[in-house]
Design a binder for this molecule. Structure first.
Ligand code: MRU
Length: 346
């Protein structure tokens, strides 16, 4: 997907791949206002923490562009309304709030309505460019951990489709291949929304990788059978203690990896770190029952059944071999190594 951008600005609108249509068809949709972008984030047209962040940043640029105010303060006030709407779409990925605050702060430094509008768009465009550069650095840092290449398992989709381009966890896998080492990928299906089979398998197959799909229930089987040399996943939020919030099922994969002495790595940009929250402060998004029981007419469970459908879980630091960022690789104890990464980069 080197030639493809998941989210970008085009002719005064934000354009993005409609990920609900994959793998059947690769189609772009355009939004001309922040409410449209908020709807796209909520319904998973765009998903994955960094892609959500950049989409929301463009949503802020649209709010500034569409504001009828003729003074800086008025445009900023309209942007603040948009910021609240966009922030309420999904609660777990910290990149969303990080992106909204960054655009709002850049716009807030300007003194005229016109300059506020320009600053909002410039900041969002810069974030989109930075995302790809960040992922490439992360890829290089992470590839060093996979000395001989081998078979790498991943969960959910932390690829080009979850970012503007290249990917975080899949960026590491891309970098291993670019360094000339042989690499095979095992992708979990990632129930219930199937980001693994619909998106990761699509993306890697599109790019000519040797990729095999497994049901989530075959993680233990694959590791016990010696089929997996390492795991790399993305993250929606990482705490200063090294607790990682990522797609539901990540905790099970990490637990299995430890049991079978398979290294378990997390790849995420510094924008995914939340240096102030404790594990109990983080809201795990609960999604609707239809994702699990199927829509009317295609039900896979009886009418009236109770459903628990968390979108994310938390993997504790003792299950994580290393956390890969664009600024370097953090190793346990994470409280110290993460703090060092931040001290060196801010
Ligand atoms: O619900 P989703 O598809 O937005 O969840 C995505 C994930 O959990 C990804 O692993 C995470 O956002 C990292 S993407 C680089």
């Amino acid at each position: 997907m080197d030639d493809i951008r998941t989210v970008y600005w085009k002719d005064g609108k934000v354009s993005m791949i409609d990920q609900t249509r994959l793998p059947g068809s690769l189609e772009y949709v355009e939004y001309g206002d922040h409410d449209g972008v908020a709807g796209a984030i909520r319904t998973l047209v765009v998903r994955g923490a960094p892609a959500i962040g950049v989409a929301a940043a463009f949503g802020m640029a649209l709010a500034a562009k569409n504001s009828a105010a003729d003074a800086a303060r008025g445009v900023l006030s309209d942007m603040d309304v948009a910021r609240r709407t966009l922030a309420a779409t999904r609660p777990t990925a910290i990149n969303l709030v990080w992106a909204l605050d960054r655009v709002y702060a850049a716009a807030g430094r300007e003194s005229s309505a016109q300059k506020v509008r320009a600053a909002a768009l410039d900041e969002a465009l810069a974030m989109a460019e930075e995302d790809v550069a960040t992922n490439r650095s992360m890829g290089r840092n992470g590839a060093a951990l996979f000395g001989d290449g081998g078979t790498i398992m991943t969960h959910c989709n932390a690829g080009a489709l979850a970012t503007v381009g290249y990917g975080t966890a899949l960026g590491v896998i891309r970098a291993v291949r670019e360094s000339g080492r042989p690499v095979r990928v095992v992708a979990t299906e990632t129930r219930p929304v199937q980001q693994g089979s619909r998106l990761t398998a699509f993306e890697l197959k599109h790019d000519g990788f040797d990729v095999s799909l497994i049901p989530d229930t075959a993680v233990g089987y694959s590791m016990a059978g010696g089929m997996i040399d390492g795991v790399v996943v993305g993250a929606d939020r990482i705490l200063r203690t090294g607790h990682v919030f990522n797609k539901i099922g990540t905790y099970q994969v990490a637990t299995m990896a430890q049991r079978h002495s398979v290294p378990f790595y997390v790849a995420a940009p510094l924008s995914t770190f939340d240096m102030t929250s404790d594990p109990g402060d983080v809201t795990i998004e609960m999604r609707n029952a239809a994702e699990l029981v199927g829509p009317e007419g295609r039900r896979t469970a009886p009418e009236g059944i109770g459903v628990i459908n968390p979108a994310f879980d938390m993997t504790p630091p003792d299950l994580i071999s290393a956390i890969i960022t664009e600024a370097g690789v953090a190793r346990p104890p994470y409280e110290r190594s993460i703090a060092e990464l931040f001290t060196a980069n801010f």
